[in-house]
Design a binder for this molecule. Sequence first.
Ligand SMILES: [Cu+2]
Length: 174
Amino acid sequence: MEIKVMLKYQKIGFYFSQILLSAIVATSVQAASVESHSETSENFRQIQQPIPVKRGVTAAGLGLIGLEVWWFMFSKPKAKQATQTKDTQELEILVDGGYEPNRITVNSGQPIRLQFYRKDPSHCLDKVLFPDFNISKDLPLDKTTTIEFTPEKPGEYTFSCGMNMVRGTLEVRG
Ligand SMILES: [Cu+2]
């Protein structure tokens, strides 16, 4: 599953590269045409794009470069496999604007211990629900709350805040 997630990110990265490439091509083609026009004849000046448009295209290109750099440097997939200890699978989850990691991988038939540390004061995140396991737990602020259960059936299960707005996925492997 982690490979699948990585592939997804790679795919998004690829799309970004495509957009970036077309932006660069558009910018350079425009720059080239502007140059040749001004060199050849004054008559061609009329069809030149106004300067704000050129600047806009350049800015958009630079913005996309920045976005791509950001994407590869700072945006890591938030999937994580629980750490296997002697008889449980443990994982710490930071609750801060969302769940991190927001995708947890565990093995079926083994007890899991999830440690939710809530750093976010927002009321929205003061509860966490695992509806498929009939679990609803309050998450006091600045504290670690432990949730333990044993997922028996492989599959993908959603966990969420009390309003089902902020979500994460528990992947149970067979
Ligand atoms: Cu909420």
